[in-house]
Design a protein around this ligand. Structure first.
Ligand code: PLP
Length: 448
């Protein structure tokens, strides 16, 4: 569409915006005053009305290498002109093999096998299915129970919403997977409010897994899935020692541990994966987003050698796992991912969260004391500012801050309820950090 068309959309004649049913969006509210982005480069979007908008959220937690990186753009263009598509089942092309090998090289031992999907939701459902099938091929098919966590977000497939713990994502959709249970979440503002980095209190919450195991019996439980850091629920951090204890309990009972690293993967917390930063290795890691820098949809599930090898028995001509997607290992996505990995490596982006983490921490905690700020949380280059809900309703203040940041301060943040979440591209510098928090602070002050 021409800039003129986009401008027409921006001024929202209802007939121009009606057809598109927007995801996870207040459609009627949005269409009255659309927030439309026309282009992007580096740390900035350009809105259709010509404003330069600082990207405080790496798009939707995915554009870790910044927007429009020429190496990634060039790789996608070249691939589109070379091989547009190749069937994914019983046929192949070289790129997913090359990509899987490169991904395995940056993943923690023993997660050296990669299954490709097209999104975080598909990665989650894939990992849950692999967990169930793994127990079955080993003769423990009665392990069918899956354990998620309150406030967890694992995408929107039926598997993901079943183990997820965000009520609005679940309550409309009837019965979900049977036999799912949930750990308690680890957000505890009363005891941990304004903690810097990981909260000190709450590791004992991991013991709830023992309670759940005692209730259902370990022999019925296939896997536990948690985000090392919950992003979508408003940046919920693991208390010191919590993840390690979850790992120990899973090991004790033969339960697989899945880390959903769709947000934390690819450098968000200072290593390729949060598993490495926290020194706790799960049996599977689900990823998407930063895998291709958001440029082409793609997800990947990393599995341990033990899980992979458990399937590699029986007649050689037998398909080992009846699962996959038409676009698993799509050529364009692979090209984008390979180029993205080049950029992460050549620009040292996985280390950025460690280099800039302390500056980021000081900057975000400078918001303590502003009106209605009830908590500030941070880790790596992730942060959240939690605001008190207005008496009229949860989420209203958060939405106003988000909307005003965009229109009045040219800053893109995320809001979930009254939590303002931040996760900038990893290419940012200290000036960008100053700008993000100056603008956010001004907006919080201006929003009663
Ligand atoms: N898992 C986690 C932890 C996520 O944060 C998300 C998306 O934000 C997903 C899964 C779902 O990813 P997608 O929207 O690509 O399906």
């Amino acid at each position: 569409p021409s800039a003129h068309d986009l401008q027409a959309l921006a001024t929202a004649t209802p007939e121009r915006t009606d057809a598109f049913w927007m995801p996870f969006t207040a459609n009627r509210q949005f269409k009255k005053s659309p927030r439309l982005l026309a282009s992007a480069e580096g740390m900035y979007y350009r809105s259709v009305d010509g404003r330069e908008v600082l990207d405080g959220t790496a798009g939707l937690w995915c554009v870790n290498a910044g927007h429009g990186h020429p190496h990634i753009v060039g790789a996608i263009q070249k691939q589109a002109a070379t091989l547009d598509y190749a069937p994914a089942f019983q046929m192949g092309h070289p790129l997913p093999f090359i990509l899987a090998e490169r991904l395995a090289a940056i993943a923690p031992d023993p997660l050296k096998h990669v299954f490709f999907t097209n999104s975080g939701s598909e990665s989650v459902d894939t990992a849950l299915k692999i967990a169930l099938a793994y127990h079955r091929v080993r003769g423990e098919g009665q392990r069918t129970r899956l354990i998620g966590r309150e406030k967890g977000y694992h995408g929107v497939g039926f598997g993901g919403i079943s183990v997820g713990g965000m009520v609005n994502n679940r309550k409309f959709f009837g019965s979900m997977l049977p036999g799912v249970d949930h750990l308690p979440h680890t957000l505890d503002i009363k005891r941990n409010g304004f903690s810097r980095g990981l909260p000190a209190r709450g590791a004992e919450l991991a013991e709830d897994l023992e309670r759940i195991v005692a209730l259902h019996d370990a022999s019925t439980i296939a896997a536990v899935i948690i985000e090392p850091i919950s992003g979508s629920a408003g940046v919920v951090l693991p208390p010191e020692g919590y993840l390690k204890r979850i790992r120990e309990i899973c090991d004790k009972h033969g339960i697989l541990l899945i880390f959903d690293e769709v947000i934390t993967g690819f450098g968000r917390v200072g290593k390729a994966f949060a598993a490495q930063r926290f020194g706790v290795v799960p049996d599977m890691i689900t990823t998407a987003k930063g895998l291709t820098n958001g440029a082409v949809p793609m997800g990947a599930v990393f599995t341990s050698k033990g899980i992979h090898d458990a399937f590699m028995h029986g007649p050689e001509g037998a398909i080992e796992l009846f699962h996959g997607y038409t676009y698993s290992g799509h050529p364009l996505a692979c090209a984008a991912a390979l180029a993205t990995l080049d950029v992460y490596e050549s620009e040292g982006l996985f280390e950025k969260s460690i280099e800039l983490g302390p500056y980021w921490e000081d900057a975000i905690h400078s918001l303590k004391g502003l009106p209605n700020v009830i908590d500030v949380r941070n880790y790596g280059l992730v942060g959240a500012v939690e605001l008190a809900a207005r008496p009229e309703g949860v989420g209203q203040r958060g939405y106003e801050v988000f909307n005003r940041c965009y229109f009045e301060q040219n800053l893109m943040v995320r809001c979930t309820g009254d939590v303002i979440a931040l996760s900038p591209p990893l290419i940012l510098n200290k000036e960008h950090i100053d700008r993000i928090f100056d603008r956010l602070a001004a907006t919080i002050r201006a929003t009663a």
